[in-house]
Design a protein around this ligand. Structure first.
Ligand code: EPU
Length: 308
């Protein structure tokens, strides 16, 4: 167990329960936990985290993560303290410079109130700006990367870099900028346009309507699996008979088969076993291997792997 003398700095805490920071409400305790409130503190957290570990885990809104039960050895950096939006308007052009820990919901409601167009398809997506960008969150009508002008990152060595959104090779639920390199988003600038408040609100209403088929009032982490090319994981899981399956207190939603609900104080292991059974069923029924959309922490790669 690490102690205060091993990891110092204003933002470090120890043995912090993580379940409360996730929408599933599961997960063990982080041995070391950083809550930076700005760019300098984020750089410091990255450097300090890496003094004790080769890796660290970035936790934003916790709406797309499965954290293992028990002790989490990987240092965790929570970005929620880095929240805020700076707005610049030049004629029809609007630029929103958001701190990575800003809830996406706040950005969306600012857009609706002011009639700024460009993020309508993101209405109803939970989590933070940083998490949404790192996972290129989206709906059937668009993905977050489409509106990104610029990303400021803190690199694995604590230095700061700037990236143009247009140069990023955005892919379905992925942003290559953040894959396996210890880089973390600090600020994201969205480029939007002044438009009609009424039409923005109507488009968002339609996007939110799509979620009526989803268990939005249950404890879930959104869709568990990515859609395979040309198909829907939800459809495959449903047709394989997964709806209503349970392990411990975890249950596959009866509304939408790509959602797992924590319906009765479940453990991370319940969710993991249930997801593995679902994946097996789809593979046996359709020969399709589903990949996790959710990010995992403290779960061995073999257990989180599509082959199991
Ligand atoms: N379907 C079933 N049974 C189910 C679920 C879906 O038959 O249990 C069928 C539907 O009837 C439909 C098709 O599968 O014909 C697609 O379903 P849906 O419209 O619900 O979309 P999805 O592909 O399952 C995607 C995103 C959601 C996003 C919705 C709406 C992924 C993995 N999921 O779901 O994103 O909200 O489109 O835009 O890409 C998320 O990523 O966490 C998420 C919730």
């Amino acid at each position: 167990m690490l102690t205060a003398s091993d990891v110092q700095g204003p933002a470090a805490r120890y043995n912090v329960p993580l379940a409360r920071y996730t929408t599933w409400g599961v997960g063990g305790n982080a041995e070391v936990f950083f809550t930076p409130c700005g760019q300098d503190e984020l750089s410091e957290a990255v450097v300090r985290a890496r003094e004790n570990s080769v890796d660290f885990f970035v936790l934003g809104g916790g709406s797309n993560v499965l954290i293992a039960d028990g002790v989490i050895k990987t240092p965790v950096i929570l970005t929620r303290g880095m929240s805020g939006i700076v707005v610049q308007v030049f004629g029809d052009e609007v630029f929103l410079d958001c701190f990575a820990g800003t809830p996406l919901k706040k950005v969306i409601s600012l857009c609706v109130r002011n009639g700024w167009s460009g993020l309508e398809y993101a209405a109803g997506i939970p989590g933070t700006v940083g998490g949404a960008v790192a996972g290129n969150a989206g709906t059937s009508s668009g993905y977050i990367g489409q509106a990104v002008l610029r990303i400021v990152t803190v690199e694995a060595d604590g230095s700061v870099m700037e990236w143009s959104g247009h140069e990023i090779d955005w892919a379905y639920r992925s942003c290559p900028l953040f894959e396996g390199n210890g880089r973390i988003a600090c600020n994201v600038t969205f480029a939007l346009r002044v438009s009609e408040k009424k039409s923005i609100a109507e488009t968002m209403k339609l996007v939110i309507e799509e979620r009526k088929t989803q268990p939005i009032s249950s404890r879930t982490a959104g869709c568990v699996f990515k859609n395979p090319p040309g198909d829907s994981a939800g459809r495959l899981l449903d047709a394989s008979g997964c709806k209503g399956m349970t392990v411990g207190g975890a249950r596959v939603s009866e509304m939408h088969a790509n959602f797992i609900e924590n319906y009765e104080n479940c453990k991370a292991l319940d969710i993991l076993y249930l997801a593995a059974s679902c994946r097996r069923r789809v593979r046996e029924t359709f020969g399709t291997a589903l990949d996790f959309e959710i990010k995992t922490l403290g779960i061995p790669e073999e257990a989180a792997d599509a082959k199991n």
